[in-house]
Ligand binder design. Sequence first.
Ligand SMILES: *Cc1c(COP(=O)(O)O)cnc(C)c1O
Length: 470
Amino acid sequence: MSLYGKHDQEERNTLDPIFGSFSEDHPLPKYKLNERPVEPRIAYQVVKDQHLDEGNARLNLATFCQTYMEPDAVKLMSETFDKNAIDKSEYPRTAEIENRCVNIIANLWHAPKDEEFMGTSTVGSSEACMLGGMAMKFSWKQRAAKLGLDVKAKRPNLVISSGYQVCWEKFCTYWDVEMRTVPMDWEHQSLDLNHVLDYVDEYTIGIVGIMGITYTGRYDDIEALDKLVEEYNQHTDYKVHIHADAASGGFYTPFMEPDLKWDFRLKNVISINASGHKYGLVYPGIGWVLWRDQKCVPEKLIFRVSYLGGEMPTMAINFSRGASQIIGQYYNFIRYGFEGYHDIHKHKRTHDVAVYLAQEIEKLGLFEIVNDGSRLPIVCYRHKEDKDHEWTLYDLADRLAMKGWQVPAYPLPKDLDQIEVQRIVVRADFGMGMAHDFVEDMKDAIKELNGAHLVFRTIALKVVTLRNKK
Ligand SMILES: *Cc1c(COP(=O)(O)O)cnc(C)c1O
């Protein structure tokens, strides 16, 4: 975050180039511009050295975001850093590549042939959800006003499970929408279908189904939700629609569970987002949002930019943005094809590694598996309730960090927040060999924690108290 000033600027205000070059002899101020330029080599080394202690991104098991791309993809992307995605006229081929990606994704998500899908790339799923939410809000308002509802009498609302990602809270705050969260229970840990409709009324702009709850990796049952919504819509003029937040599942489920219906095969799913930089296998930041039909996006939200002497419709929050991520996405589509994505996710990689890890962790006898990696390759576990344990998952996270692994521990969202879990996100670059090493390191870490329980117990208690205070 760059939003704060440093109070101790005076004490620690210089960067000290090392490596003994004559021109490196001058300290550079950290918090204000240097008077004079420095050689590129020195600037490179000084900046590079800043991240020495930041850990290895591939050992970061906390993130869904891509931490590896092939050298050819990196070459291609770095050769196209100069392209601005919004300059459609200047870079018409790039615009066409984005268009092809939207078509490829529409096909993957089964956009119906008799409707006219539309979609766009974004910076990530957060921008994509923002656009999806805006389209729902604006089209709800048009529909409801036409039906004679006093649209100003109450705030419109959005219905979502309490396992939502923070981007939906942002959407609701920025757009003055009431967020109605359906509590999750321990048994389902996803959208509660017995109660979801209790939250819906004529002010509901839409229901969000999540394909991959960030905390645990569970899927909402969108097919069942679609049935409920279909029934509900039979009996009201105020139709509700579904947006599928498939940030992580959008580029996973189509390859791994092609028969699972969660996408545009379901009549009431009108829009879907996914992160290209999660299982789309591109470095951050790229996301996608698609609508099953152009009718779902009010004309008011579409802006036109010049394109080859004419105009091209765009829908985005940003204006200028690098195009190289779009090009990286297209590279991956071409390079891997359907089978390639399937193989990366299945054979001895994401899926198989996740299932292996879950089995090994279960064998340790200490943990209850919350998500076993059999769907999204996310392994999530908690301490067994009936077992006395003298250290917390936060202690285990600290121990694993000593070996370079970053594995977060955190409480589940509201209503289940008394439960602490640890989560491993398995990505394409986390191979079976690394998984074996990880299990070894985890066993060592546990042995060390058990051996040191007296010391750790006091620290653990302190950590827990501190965390609770936050
Ligand atoms: C990651 C995630 C987001 C946000 O995606 P970004 O691409 O990081 O902006 C939104 N929803 C869900 C379910 C996610 O997992």
